[in-house]
Design a protein around this ligand. Sequence first.
Ligand SMILES: Nc1ncnc2c1ncn2[C@@H]1O[C@H](COP(=O)(O)OP(=O)(O)OP(=O)(O)O)[C@@H](O)[C@H]1O
Ligand SMILES: [Mg+2]
Length: 308
Amino acid sequence: MQDIVSVTGITKTYASGFQALNGIDLAIHSGEIFALLGPNGAGKTTLISIVCGIVNASSGKVVVDGHDIVRDFRAARSIIGLVPQELTTDAFETVWNTVSFSRGLFGRAPNPAHIEKVLKALSLWDKKDNKIMTLSGGMKRRLMIAKALSHEPKVLFLDEPTAGVDVTLRRDMWQLVRELRDTGVTVILTTHYIEEAEEMADRVGVINKGELVLVENKAELMRKLGRKELTLQLAAPLAQVPDKLQPYALTLSADGNDLTYTYDAQSGRAGIATLLKDLGDLGIPFKDLHTTQSSLEDIFVGLLKEGA
Ligand SMILES: Nc1ncnc2c1ncn2[C@@H]1O[C@H](COP(=O)(O)OP(=O)(O)OP(=O)(O)O)[C@@H](O)[C@H]1O
Ligand SMILES: [Mg+2]
C-alpha cells in the first residue's frame, strides 16, 4: 500500500521548554482510516498541527502526497482538510458563506453543487442561511467538518470530531467518514471515544507522553491482545473454587453463582474442553454459559498502564 503521509523523526519542544513529541515516525497509508488514541496531553493535536503546517516541528520531516510540508507548504496544505479540536468560526457569517469562502481560500473555483452535497451530508442544509452564532455546539462542529471538506481534500484530519455530538449524529458522522474513505479520502482522526476507533479505524496508533507506543492494524491488535472470558452460571452456588480447578485460575463471584475463566483468544488450546470435563467430574453442574471478548478500550487502558 502506498503512503500518503510520512512522518519521520518528528520532535517538538514548545517555547516553554516542554517536549511534547519525542521522535515520531509514522506512515499513513493512502485510503485508510487511521485512529490516533492517547490520553490528554499525549501530543495528538501537536502532531496533527505539525502535519497541517500550523505548528513548526523542532526537528524531523513530514511529506504529504510527495510534498514536503515546509518547502512545499501550499501544495501540501491544499491536499489536507483539517477539523481542529478548538472551534474557530466567524459568528456573524452564514453557514453557506463560511463553507464557500473556505473553498476559495484554497484557490478552488466555486462549486455550489459540492458545497450543497457536503452540507446535506452533515445535516446542515436547512441551516445554510443561518448565522453561525445561532447554531448549537454540535452543529458548529459539523460546520467545521463541512469547512474542511469544502476544497475536496485527499487527506482529512479530524481532531476529536465528535466531541459534544449526540449519539445519533455521531453515528451519522461515522457513516460519512466511511463514505469519504470509500471515495478514496484518507482519514486520520483522534478520539477519546474508543468505540469510535473500534467502529471505524483500519489501523490504530497509540501515543503516550510524546511517543508513539504502538501502531497496529485494528483487527490484528484486537486478535493479538484480546482476551476472552467464559462465565459459567452454576446450578448451585459454590463456597470456594475446588482445589482441582486451581490451575485454571478461575474467579468466583461474591455470591458463589458465577465462575469466570479468562483465556487467550489467540491460543488454539484454550482449555475449555478440559475445564468443562473437570467440572463434570467434580459434579458441579451449570445452568448457562457465555463468553465475552475484551474491547479495544480494555486493550488501550492496559497498554497505558504498562507504559506508566
Ligand atoms: N503552545 C504550547 N506551549 C506549550 N506547551 C504546549 C502548547 N501546546 C501544547 N502544549 C503541551 O504539549 C502537550 C501535548 O499537547 P497536545 O495538545 O498535543 O495533547 P493532546 O494529545 O492533543 O491532548 P488532548 O487529548 O487533551 O487534546 C501537553 O502537555 C500540552 O500542555
Ligand atoms: Mg488534542
